[in-house]
Ligand binder design. Structure first.
Ligand SMILES: [Zn+2]
Length: 68
């Protein structure tokens, strides 16, 4: 299974997020991350239903904690 979201999936995640980070609601700039809600390492699928758009700051501070 591939790990990264492709271009079309990223566009879908961006639209669903209304162009905002799903965690802090900051406007997403040019650089943002397509994040797995259930981490890939824990069996989460690379699919838009398991994706969310996060700003770089939120994605990088998430670390490997389990999402609640
Ligand atoms: Zn954020």
């Amino acid at each position: 299974m591939r790990r990264g979201f492709n271009g079309r999936e990223r566009i879908a995640l961006y639209l669903v997020a209304d162009g905002k980070c799903q965690k802090c609601q900051e406007e997403l700039g040019q650089v943002w991350h397509a994040d797995h809600i259930v981490p890939f390492s824990k069996g989460g699928e690379t699919h838009v239903s398991n994706g969310q758009a996060l700003c770089a700051g939120c994605n990088l501070t998430k670390g490997c904690k389990v999402n609640v």
